[in-house]
Design a binder for this molecule. Structure first.
Ligand code: SAH
Ligand code: SF4
Ligand code: F3S
Length: 464
């Protein structure tokens, strides 16, 4: 039997179990899905919500629920620490609600040391699974309710891509779409290839039909997701380039904005720049992770480009698409990094003039080559260098933001402003945020907004 069909049968079984428990309780069972990490995890969580919803749970934001699932991230150690901290709180809830089930999944669970720690110190957890078998969530749910004690199912790898399971989207008007899974790059600080497995691309026809279905449901903005979208399609039986995929996505009626994440500089083609330049729908935003501006460190990191190659690429993109915003990721404190290396990074930030940059302190990930390097930089030096990089990043980002003050741009209205109910929050094509007077009826609409005042990293505007 086809895997998806099998999982639909498990959803039916789960429904029955959930219905019985709800009768005992006297009301619907509640569930809470908590996401750590990147867009890819956020999309996976929508799949978890889809299954839970189909099984009859009512979703809540409150972690004091009948089922809580943490979809975890392990890219930096602080993500792991947050999970352990919050598990303690969940244990308190569970003591008062014996019906409560606690589930863990996602990248952190692919690490054997994490599983050992949870078995030893967090024995109240009911279900653990990983990134490769998330499509079996319905089946695991049923098994969890039938088991006593902790159920653990972790796969080392998979080549399966299971399509067409239920999905519960967080936003009605925008959606992420996986175009590929895993990563083959092995940047030597990074744990992602170990916890997400080898790179696998989805068939273009599957992607296009999913996007058409989303458009039919009213989605206007999509984000194509992959750890390195620029290498999309290279390993398919009939290879397709990422630029070609974008061309086809552009044809889909109803889709008005196309975004993608993430672009590895080493694989960014001229064809892609051309497609972006000529597109009416692809957003004026490119996230182009630099990691370091020092060619020596880039080589150590196994990034496979030099400072000069990166600068030439950024220049070419700015020349071809002048209204584009370029954002980046930077790691400070990679083993062996000196102040001279940090100055090279700062030089790139000044030259490229990033519209925004996520700056991270290097975090040692067990199992990666960088973790075994002997020249780890001490915490105090890292903090000092980090603060310096951050202040340059913030300065250039503010300068860039100021340039758009006084212009009128289209914004997709995403939500009512968190702090002021008379305002709505919209996103510009370049990914910047604007707040302006408006009501909830505007949510999901693209409207022209005058960018009246720049407040650092966002704007106050007026809808025209
Ligand atoms: N595939 C994406 C990145 C995914 S991880 C890419 O290559 O661009 C997101 C970001 O986390 C990375 O860009 C990097 O800046 C950061 N990161 C990854 N491993 C890290 C580590 N060990 N310590 C600190 N930051 C790290
Ligand atoms: Fe990690 Fe590098 Fe792959 Fe990005 S490209 S996920 S940084 S190994
Ligand atoms: Fe984290 Fe996994 Fe994404 S480690 S950054 S959630 S791929």
């Amino acid at each position: 039997m086809e895997e998806a069909q099998l999982q639909y049968e498990y959803i039916e079984k789960a429904k029955k179990i959930v219905r019985e428990k709800a009768e005992e309780k006297g009301s619907k069972l509640t569930c809470c899905v908590v996401t750590f990490g990147c867009q890819m995890n956020a999309r996976d969580s929508e799949k978890l919500s889809g299954i839970l919803n189909a099984a009859g749970f009512e979703e809540t934001e409150d972690e004091n629920a009948d089922l809580v699932i943490y979809n975890t991230c392990t890219v930096r150690d602080n993500a792991n620490q947050r999970v352990y901290g919050r598990l303690g709180v969940l244990n308190g809830y569970k003591r008062r609600n014996p019906r409560m089930k606690i589930c863990l999944c996602g990248c952190m669970m692919q690490e054997p040391s994490v599983i050992e720690k949870i078995k030893k110190s967090y024995s109240f957890v009911d279900l653990i699974f990983g990134t490769h078998n998330i499509f079996k969530f319905a089946e695991l749910l049923v098994e969890m309710y039938e088991a006593d004690g902790m159920l653990i199912d972790i796969w080392k790898d998979t080549d399966q891509i299971v399509e067409k399971l239920p999905v519960q989207r967080k936003y009605p008007f925008k959606s992420g779409i996986n175009i590929m899974f895993g990563c083959n790059n092995f940047c030597c600080y990074c744990i992602v290839p170990y916890v997400r497995g080898r790179e696998r691309s989805r068939e273009p026809l599957e992607i296009l039909s999913e996007i058409r279905a989303l458009a039919a449901e009213g989605v206007v903005e999509i984000m194509l997701l992959g750890q390195n979208v620029n290498s999309y399609g290279k390993n398919l039986k009939n290879p397709v380039s990422f630029a070609e995929l974008l061309r086809q996505v552009e044809q889909i009626d109803g889709i008005e904005r196309i975004r993608f994440m993430t672009s590895h500089p080493k694989d960014l083609s001229d064809e892609l720049i051309l497609v972006m330049k000529n597109s009416k729908k692809i957003c004026r935003h490119l996230h182009l992770p630099l990691q370091s501006g020092s060619t020596r460190i880039l080589k150590e990191m196994n990034r496979r480009y030099t400072k000069e190659q990166y600068l030439l690429l950024a220049e070419k993109i700015r020349r071809e698409i002048p209204d584009i915003s370029i954002t980046t990721d930077i790691i400070v404190g990679f083993p062996g990094e000196t102040y001279e290396d940090v100055l090279e990074t700062i030089d790139v930030i000044r030259k490229v003039q990033y519209d925004n940059a996520f700056t991270f302190q290097y975090s040692k990930r067990t199992g990666t080559p960088a973790a075994a390097m002997e020249n780890q930089v001490d915490k105090e030096t890292v903090t000092k260098h980090f603060d310096e990089v951050l202040s340059v990043v913030q300065h250039t980002a503010k300068e860039r933001a100021k340039l758009l003050e006084g212009l009128t741009m289209d914004a997709l209205v995403e939500e009512i402003n968190e702090h002021d109910e008379s305002l709505v929050t919209g996103r510009l094509s370049n990914n910047m945020i604007v707040h302006f007077k408006g009501t909830k009826e505007l949510i999901g609409k693209i409207v022209p907004v005058f960018l009246k005042e720049c407040r650092g990293f966002y704007y106050f505007g007026e809808m025209l």
